[in-house]
Design a protein around this ligand. Structure first.
Ligand code: IPE
Ligand code: IPE
Ligand code: MG
Length: 239
């Protein structure tokens, strides 16, 4: 699968619509999450083939804790299943695994699995896979501010670059492209600081129906965008 043109270094995906996918089929919501997790696997593989350096998947927001405990519990079980099952695959693909968010709020056995996967994959050289879990952009910024206040950084030393290093995403490039499925046109607290200049791509497709081909369509759309970052683009063919 070769794609010519500018490949985004970092893609963020708000994987939305699992519940509606299941409800449309008269299935319990968890079936949508199950199918969604399989789609995530496919997209992770595709990202590696395409040559993306970092992929952030929004899997569970800090606001998602408000859902019924039965749904939260089944989501945690699903997460545990994949963390156990996929570590060998991550190693085989030379991928680096990271998480962002308030990981300490997750069940302890899941925290252990995450720590293990992060440690074992830390020195790998391939794609960095970041899973946003118990994550909220505002919460992340607030935690960064608290870290700064308890550090010895002086206000005059603080820059956008140094602030970056206090975020959960420290060391990662900002997302070039953020994709959201399911027709909702909002950011829902995802990568608020990092996404300041991300290109946004919205599709009506529900996450469990999102395919590699649609990822390629999103990237082609991104390749047509003119990223100006507030400046003026000078074209070589300008009069
Ligand atoms: C996204 O699907 C997955 C999570 C938020 C965990 P939803 O569960 O939000 O599905 P919809 O939006 O209700 O269809
Ligand atoms: C955003 O989806 C969070 C994830 C995809 C994990 P939600 O379904 O929770 O967002 P809202 O409630 O529609 O904004
Ligand atoms: Mg949703």
């Amino acid at each position: 699968m070769l794609l010519s043109g500018r490949i985004p270094k970092h893609i963020g995906i708000i994987m939305d619509g699992n519940g509606r996918w299941a409800e449309l089929r008269g299935l319990p919501r968890i079936e949508g999450h199950r199918r969604g997790a399989e789609r995530a696997k496919e997209v992770i593989e595709a990202a590696a083939e395409i040559g993306i350096k970092a992929l952030t998947l929004y899997a569970f927001s800090i606001e998602n804790w408000q859902r019924p405990s039965s749904e939260v519990m089944t989501l945690m079980k699903l997460l545990e299943f994949y963390l156990k099952k996929e570590l060998s695959e991550l190693m085989a693909k030379d991928m680096v695994f990271k998480t962002i968010g308030e990981i300490w709020r997750l069940p302890e056995d899941i925290q252990n699995l995450i720590r293990d996967a992060e440690e074992k994959t830390a020195l790998n050289k391939g794609v960095t896979l970041i899973i946003a879990l118990s994550y909220g952009g505002r919460n992340e910024i607030l935690r960064a501010v608290k870290k700064i206040l308890s550090s010895d950084v002086r206000p005059e030393e603080l820059t956008e670059e140094s602030f970056d290093s206090f975020l959960d995403t420290a060391g990662l490039p900002a997302p070039d492209l953020i994709i959201r499925t399911s027709g909702e046109m909002r950011i829902s607290n995802f990568l608020l600081w990092q996404g300041a200049y991300s290109e946004l791509y919205f599709t009506d497709t529900l996450w469990p129906d999102f395919t590699k081909d649609e990822l390629l369509i999103a990237i082609r759309d991104y390749q047509m965008r003119e990223r100006r970052f507030g400046a003026i683009v000078t074209r070589s063919d300008a009069p």
